[in-house]
Design a binder for this molecule. Structure first.
Ligand code: ZN
Ligand code: ZN
Length: 93
């Protein structure tokens, strides 16, 4: 056993996103894995973030491979219905 986790491939991946009605999700597929442009300090990778008023173009869904405005999980489920017994979009059960 070693405590060195840097060799694990999983350590390269960002953590899973817990379903929540407050999550912003892809308007098309409901994925919470949408990405947006954010500010990170160049020299130390310090996350600055928190931009208001992003354009639709600034969002990206890696599942649909489209740029689109996200919606909240709550809105997505109101329009498309919940998924699975415990909704994988908003977490409702
Ligand atoms: Zn999508
Ligand atoms: Zn739901």
């Amino acid at each position: 056993m070693t405590s060195d986790r840097t060799t694990s491939e999983d350590s390269e991946r960002p953590p899973a996103i817990e379903p929540s009605p407050d999550n912003l999700v892809c308007a098309k597929c409901g994925s919470a894995l949408i990405e947006c442009i954010d500010w990170v300090r160049v020299n130390d990778n310090c996350f600055i973030g928190g931009i208001d008023g992003l354009q639709a173009d600034d969002y990206w869904c890696p599942d649909c491979e489209i740029h689109d405005d996200p919606v909240t999980a709550e809105e997505y489920c109101a329009a498309h219905g919940h998924r699975e017994a415990r909704c994988t979009v908003c977490g409702a059960s």
